[in-house]
Design a protein around this ligand. Structure first.
Ligand code: R5P
Length: 295
C-alpha cells in the first residue's frame, strides 16, 4: 500500500488519529446538503491512482448513507485504485431477522446498498447475533477490530481492584476476554425468569466481590437501559458504584443522564463513535486492520 488518501466526510478525532497511525494523506473534500436536503459531495484532492480510506462511523446512518455512497462512487469514477471503508461503528446490524411479520430485515438490506461501492470494510465489534460473520451480508473483504485489548488496558490502568461484570449470559465471552487481558476476575449476572415480566437478577457469590469495583462492559450503549438495569442490580446487592464501559457510544436521548441517575461511577467509551465519554482510543488497532486488508 503506497501512501493512502484518507477521506473523512464527517471529521472526527479518530479519523485524525487514524490518518497519523496509517501515515495517510488527509484529503480535502466538501460534504454538505443542498437547501432541499439532498446531499452534495466534492473531492478536492484527486483520488486518481490512490488507495482511498474513507472513515465514517455509521451511527445515524440514514443521515450519512447517500453522501457516503456518492463519495465512494465518485472516488472510483475519478480513478481510485481501491476504496476501503473504516466504519468503526457499523449500523443496521441489530434487526437481523423478521421479529414480526412484514418487518424489513435491515441487517441484510443495508449492506446491499453500501457494499457495492467498497473494496473492503473495517469495523469494530459488529453486533452479530443470528448473522455470524460479516461476510454473510457484506460481499467485500472485511476485517473486525476487537476493542477488548484496548478496554482491558484501560481497566488495568484506571480501575482499582476491578471486577468485570457482564450484564447477562450473552456477554460472558466478552467479559471473560476483557477480564483475562486485564488480569481481573469476572462474573456474569444470573437471571432467573419466573414469568414474562418477572425476572430476578442476582450477583453470584456477592460477598466475595464487595471490595471490588464493578466494571460493566457492553458493546452498544444506546438507550442505556441495559446498563441502568444492571447498575440497579449491583446497587441492590450492595456493590460499589460501577464503572461503565461501552464500545459504541450511541447514547440516544437521555441515556447519559439516566446512567448517572442510576449511580454509575465513571462512564467511558471507545472513540468508535465520537462522544464526550470517549477515553479509549482505537486508531492503532484500526490502522493495523486497514494494513492487513490492503496486504
Ligand atoms: C444487546 O444485545 C446489546 O449488546 C446491548 O446490550 C444493547 O444494544 C444496549 O442497548 P440499550 O443501551 O438501548 O439498552
Amino acid at each position: 500500500m503506497t501512501v493512502p488518501l484518507l477521506l473523512a466526510p464527517w471529521p472526527t478525532p479518530l479519523a485524525h488519529d487514524l490518518a497519523a497511525a496509517l501515515g495517510a494523506e488527509p484529503g480535502a473534500l466538501e460534504v454538505r446538503r443542498f437547501p432541499d436536503g439532498e446531499s452534495f459531495v466534492r473531492l478536492d484532492t484527486s483520488p486518481a491512482g490512490r488507495d482511498v480510506v474513507v472513515v465514517a462511523s455509521l451511527d445515524h446512518p440514514d443521515e450519512k448513507l447517500v453522501a457516503l455512497v456518492l463519495l465512494c462512487a465518485t472516488a472510483r469514477e475519478l480513478g481510485a485504485r481501491s476504496v476501503r471503508l473504516v466504519a468503526p461503528y457499523l449500523g443496521y446490524l441489530r434487526q437481523d431477522r423478521r421479529f414480526r411479520d412484514g418487518e424489513a430485515v435491515s441487517a441484510r438490506v443495508f449492506p446491499r446498498l453500501l457494499g457495492p461501492w467498497l473494496d473492503g470494510l473495517v469495523t469494530v465489534d459488529p453486533h452479530l447475533h443470528r448473522i455470524h460473520d460479516l461476510a454473510e451480508v457484506y460481499d467485500v473483504p472485511c476485517r473486525v477490530v476487537h476493542a477488548a485489548p484496548a478496554i482491558a488496558a484501560w481497566v488495568a490502568t484506571h480501575v482499582d481492584r476491578p471486577l468485570i461484570v457482564g450484564p447477562d449470559s450473552e456477554s460472558a465471552q466478552w467479559a471473560e476476554d476483557v477480564a483475562t487481558r486485564a488480569g481481573a476476575p469476572w462474573i456474569v449476572l444470573e437471571k432467573v425468569r419466573h414469568g414474562d415480566r418477572d425476572v430476578e437478577v442476582s450477583v453470584p457469590d456477592v460477598e466475595r466481590w464487595r471490595d471490588r469495583t464493578p466494571v460493566l462492559v457492553d458493546d452498544i450503549v444506546s438507550t442505556g437501559r441495559t446498563l441502568v438495569q444492571t447498575l440497579g442490580h449491583l446497587a441492590r446487592a450492595g456493590m460499589r458504584p460501577a464503572t461503565c464501559v461501552g464500545v459504541h457510544a450511541l447514547f440516544a436521548g437521555d441515556a447519559l443522564d439516566a446512567l448517572r441517575a442510576a449511580g454509575a461511577g465513571r462512564i467511558v467509551t471507545t472513540d468508535a463513535v465520537t462522544h464526550p465519554t470517549n477515553g479509549i482510543g482505537l486508531a492503532e488497532a484500526l490502522a493495523d486492520a486497514v494494513r492487513s486488508l490492503a496486504g
